[in-house]
Design a protein around this ligand. Structure first.
Ligand code: SAH
Length: 215
C-alpha cells in the first residue's frame, strides 16, 4: 500500500479538474487531495484511479466519480461533528471524504462481501466510520435523527424512512430515477414539511430494495 509522489501529483491534477468543473468548497477539494483513491481500486487499475471517472470495484458495483462525490458532499453542507448516514458504502471512498470533513459517519451496505472488505480496509488507512450490513432503504432507525443522509445508488423513488430520519434542517441528497437519475436535495423544514430541489442529471448503479445478499 504505497502512496508515492506520482500518486500525489496525479491527485493534485484531479483536484484541479474537479475545481474547474465547479466545486468551490476548499475543504472538499482538500479531502480529495488527501485520500489515496488508487488504494480503493484493484491494483491492476491504479493508472485509472485519478481520472475523474467511476470505476468497477467488484460485485457488479462501482466507486463513484470523484466529481460526483464532491458535488453530493457539497450539497450536504457538512459541519464538523455533523451526523451523516451514507447508504451504499461500496468502496468506502465517499465515507472517507465525509470523515475527512469531520463528520460522524454511519454507512450501510447490502452486499455482504463489499461490506466485509471495506470494513476491514478503511481502518487500515485510519478511517473508521460506523459500518452496517443491511438494507439502506430503511435507513438506520436506531441511530436517527441525522443532520444529513446521502444515497450513493440510483433510487427508483425517495424512501419514506429516510425522510423521517432527518433532523429538522437536515438534508437528504439522493439520485432518483431508473435509467438516469435526477439529483435531489430534500431539506426537512418541519415535523411534516420538506423542501425539494433539483440539482441535475447523473447516472448511478441501482439502489436495490428488500433484497438480502449474502454471497
Ligand atoms: N459510496 C460508494 C459508491 C457505491 S456504489 C463509494 O464511494 O464507493 C452504490 C452502492 O450501493 C453499492 O455498493 C451497492 O451494493 C449499494 N446498495 C445498493 N442498494 C442498497 C441498499 N438498499 N442498501 C444499502 N446499500 C445498497
Amino acid at each position: 500500500m504505497t502512496d508515492n509522489y506520482r500518486h500525489q501529483g496525479l491527485r493534485r491534477r484531479l483536484v484541479e479538474q474537479i475545481r474547474e468543473k465547479g466545486i468551490r468548497d476548499e475543504r472538499i477539494l482538500e479531502a480529495i487531495g488527501a485520500i489515496p483513491r488508487h488504494l480503493f481500486l484493484d491494483s491492476s487499475f491504479v493508472e485509472f484511479a485519478y481520472q475523474d471517472k467511476p470505476f468497477p470495484i467488484g460485485s457488479g458495483q462501482t466507486i463513484s466519480q470523484p466529481y460526483t462525490v464532491a458535488f453530493m458532499t457539497e450539497l450536504l453542507e457538512i459541519q464538523r461533528g455533523s451526523k451523516i448516514l451514507e447508504v451504499g458504502t461500496g468502496s468506502g471512498y465517499q465515507a472517507c471524504v465525509l470523515l475527512q470533513l469531520g463528520a460522524k459517519v454511519y454507512t450501510i451496505e447490502r452486499q455482504r462481501q463489499l461490506y466485509l472488505k471495506t470494513k476491514a480496509f478503511l481502518p487500515s488507512l485510519g478511517y473508521s466510520p460506523h459500518f452496517f450490513f443491511g438494507d439502506g432503504y430503511k435507513g438506520l432507525p436506531a441511530f436517527q435523527p441525522f443532520d444529513g443522509i446521502m444515497v450513493t445508488a440510483g433510487a427508483p423513488e425517495v424512501p419514506e424512512a429516510l425522510l423521517s430520519q432527518l433532523k429538522t434542517g437536515g438534508k437528504l441528497v439522493i439520485p432518483v430515477g431508473v435509467q438516469t437519475q435526477t439529483m435531489l436535495r430534500i431539506i426537512r423544514t418541519g415535523e411534516d414539511t420538506w423542501h425539494r430541489e433539483n440539482h441535475g442529471t447523473f447516472r448511478f448503479v441501482p439502489l436495490l430494495k428488500d433484497k438480502a445478499n449474502d454471497i
